[in-house]
Design a protein around this ligand. Structure first.
Ligand SMILES: Nc1ncnc2c1ncn2[C@@H]1O[C@H](COP(=O)(O)OP(=O)(O)OP(=O)(O)O)[C@@H](O)[C@H]1O
Length: 406
């Protein structure tokens, strides 16, 4: 049995800037092919590289996200993987049955109802009528289209199209799934359901590549990220690190925050007799507004009295998102040697994302230690949360009694 795999080895794709150039070059390439000549490898007049020398390798149970600014070449790369575009150089290899959600609505028959489309698409996927009957309720519930199931899909909104297509395409195990930004047209609740389903597919061993502009979506599902600029890979690796590079590259901090003086620099690690262990390989998991408790390990060269500990939460864009507030009564006395601290956060006021948890220790106004990554934290949005922005604030809102405001 062969495992699913998506491989691109130094693939490139060029396009013409104008229709005139495109027609001339296509005619020449066609003529050349007739006499056994390969198309020109170099750029010709009016051509540019939409994708240049990009490689990727995605195995079973892995998800790679393609990110980058508009026009960076993400969709072109995905279409080469999906064999819609032939690479001008390099090689694409896909192992396993491939499903793609690349162009919204292309997979559905507009004149047919949602129900008819479910049966049609499932038949194309090799399901019998009986198998489709068994899956129909789940597909309809996932797409939340019960009320519109017997309407022709040409009457559906973009979001309804996307919901139905995604629900059908993912209703059974998949080897290879390629997705363009189609999730973006769905509402928040649908996007969260999609992310959960993508994580399920990963657990079942699918290989996934998806294009996204949403950091939150990428962080929830991707294991790795490829950042494209002008058709070339400029960074690859852990999503949070690659997003950090992306923001740096587009000058996000400089333009939007540094100029406002709102971006404090992240301090260097230091230890004046007190040191904290670094983050474990696996990040802590939490949800917005939920309690979180974890341990920190320290080593003190001597006894320290009245130590004030402060935790800082730095997001992947390098922003200080929140700090803790510890009452003076809870300042600590740390014995000499190694020890452990128990940290309890009754309400985690952070929205979904990945954070470095830094710990700063002072005593009587004197700095004792700063550890930039004492822990790593992954805050996962659940399908019933609707948090946004950087932080989450607990609120209790009730109707006021009639009469004058107090
Ligand atoms: N068929 C085509 N003919 C000519 N140029 C094209 C064609 N398809 C894409 N391009 C160009 O190739 C470049 C890469 O486009 P692509 O759609 O891959 O970018 P993208 O990263 O997916 O952008 P976005 O985030 O806006 O979807 C762009 O300059 C685009 O105008």
């Amino acid at each position: 049995m062969s495992f699913p795999r998506i491989l691109a080895d130094r693939v490139s794709k060029k396009f013409s800037r104008s229709l005139g150039h495109s027609l001339v070059h296509s005619a020449r390439d066609f003529g050349g092919r007739m006499i056994g000549r390969r198309p020109a490898a170099a750029l010709r007049a009016g051509e540019f590289w939409a994708v240049r020398d990009v490689s990727l390798d995605v195995g079973p149970g892995e998800c790679l996200a393609l990110i980058g600014p508009n026009g960076a070449g993400k969709s072109t790369l995905l279409r080469m993987l999906n064999r819609e575009h032939r690479p001008d150089a390099g090689r694409v290899e896909l192992r396993g049955a491939v499903k793609s959600l690349i162009r919204l609505g292309y997979g559905l028959q507009p004149m047919y109802t949602g129900r008819e489309n479910v049966y049609l698409k499932c038949a194309e996927l090799g399901l019998s009528k009986r198998d489709t009957d068994a899956r129909l309720d789940e597909i309809v519930a996932f797409a939340e289209l019960k009320a519109a199931l017997d309407r022709p899909v040409k009457q559906y909104s973009d979001g309804m199209y996307a919901r139905l297509e995604f629900a059908i395409a993912t209703c059974m195990p998949i080897d290879v799934l390629l997705i363009d930004e189609v999730l973006a047209v769905g509402d928040v609740a649908f996007q969260l359901r999609c992310l959960e389903r993508l994580n399920t597919l990963k657990r079942e061993g699918s290989a996934l590549v998806f294009v996204s502009h949403s950091e939150m979506n990428v962080l929830q599902v991707a294991d790795r990220c490829l950042l494209l600029f002008d058709g070339q890979t400029v960074a690859e690796g852990r999503p949070e690190a690659v997003f950090g590079k992306y923001y740096e590259a587009v000058g996000y901090f400089n333009r939007n925050l540094k100029s406002l003086g709102a971006l404090p620099a992240r301090p260097q690690d230091f230890s004046a007799g007190l040191d904290f262990a670094g983050a474990a390989a696996e990040p802590l998991q939490a949800a917005p507004g939920q309690p979180l408790a974890f341990e920190l390990e320290y080593r003190a060269v001597r006894k320290f009295e009245s130590v004030e500990l402060r935790l800082e939460f730095w997001n992947t864009a390098g922003l200080l998102t929140a700090t803790t507030l510890v009452p003076v009564a809870e300042h600590l006395c740390l014995a000499e040697g190694r020890g452990r601290l128990w940290v309890a956060l009754p309400f985690l006021g952070l929205s979904a994302g990945i954070y470095d948890v830094a710990v700063s220790a002072t005593s009587g106004g004197r700095g004792l230690a700063y550890k930039g990554a004492a822990a790593r934290l992954r805050v996962m949005q659940s399908s019933c949360d609707r948090t946004g922005g950087f932080g989450v604030i607990e609120a209790h809102i009730r109707t006021a009694p009639p009469g004058k405001p107090s």
